[in-house]
Structures are given as C-alpha cells and as structure tokens.
Write a protein that binds this ligand. Structure first.
Ligand code: RTP
Ligand code: MG
Length: 147
C-alpha cells in the first residue's frame, strides 16, 4: 500500500492545527501508520529540503522548519501521495482553493502549514529521514471496512 510523509510545520503546531489536520486525513479514509512531535535539526532540514539547496530562500526554509516543533506523520492508502497533495492545496496560499488545508488556514508562502511528499521517491526518502522502520505500524482496521 502506498505511503506518504506529511508534516504539520511549526506554524501549524503553534496555531493548534494538528488535530484538525489529522482529522481531515482520517475522515478521508487514510490510515495513520506513524506519528510524532519533534524539533527538526539543521542537518535533517538540509537533507529534507536538498532539492531547494540552490534556491535563494533555502536558508529561510531551513531556519523556519527548525524554529519549533513539527508534527511528523506517515499515512497509508490508495493514491495517498497525490490525494494528500490535493487536500493540502497549492504551495502558495494565494493560489490554494478554499476547502484545502492551505486554502483554509494559510496566508503566507513561507508559512503554509503543511508539507507533503510529491512523489513515491520523495515519500520513501522523506519517511527515511524522519522515521525508523520500527516506528511505523501496519495494522488492519477491525471496525470500519468501508473505506
Ligand atoms: P512542501 O515541500 O512544503 O510540501 O511544499 P511544496 O512541495 O508544495 O513546495 P516546494 O516547491 O517543495 O517548496 C517547499 C517550501 O518552500 C517554501 N517556498 N518558498 N520564497 C519562495 O519563493 C518559496 N517557494 C517555496 C514554501 O513554504 C514551500 O512549501
Ligand atoms: Mg515540496
């Protein structure tokens, strides 16, 4: 089953959005297989955002994501990578539709509440940065076979 790495960024944690964001993915029918609150180190941030290393905003990106606790999650489900990106909305909150997480809660590009992997390769890589294998739990839902 496909997995993705989602992370409530420091702004989302400070604004008490963790529960709301977890609810959206639970209600959609995806399954949480790992989660933790942590403070991202500079090394982890630079690895996570390596694709943006040459961009002018790289320093700010690393400073922001290490500025306070984040809520790191791994979610599982059919097409979870692309569907989660749709549920998050466009990167720039100026373009994200109402009804999406960024459309409903974010106003600034630099503080857009949530991160989500953009491909299966990114998901594998990012899950490996933030979680050990033994922290991820595969399990059958016993009470709700409908989603
Ligand atoms: P994310 O990685 O956070 O899920 O967001 P994304 O894929 O939608 O966007 P990406 O292109 O990977 O950019 C990563 C984060 O960098 C910030 N950003 N700032 N100043 C700028 O021009 C700029 N462009 C991107 C955003 O916070 C974005 O989420
Ligand atoms: Mg990205």
């Amino acid at each position: 089953m496909e997995r993705t790495y989602l992370m409530v960024k420091p702004d989302g944690v400070q604004r008490n959005l963790v529960g709301e964001i977890v609810s959206r993915f639970e209600n959609k029918g995806f399954q949480l297989v790992g989660a933790k609150l942590l403070t991202v180190t500079k090394e982890m941030a630079e690895t996570h955002y390596a694709e943006h290393k040459e961009r002018p905003f790289f320093g700010e990106l690393v400073d922001f994501i290490t500025s306070g606790p984040v809520f790191a999650m791994v979610w599982e489900g059919e097409n979870v990578i692309n569907t989660a990106r749709k549920m998050m909305g466009a990167t720039n909150p100026a373009d994200s539709d109402p009804g999406t997480i960024r459309g409903d809660y974010a106003a600034k590009l630099s503080m857009n509440v949530i991160h989500g992997s953009d491909s299966p390769e990114s998901a594998d890589r990012e899950i490996g940065i933030f979680f050990k294998n033994e922290e991820l739990i595969s399990y059958e839902k016993t009470i709700n076979p409908w989603v």
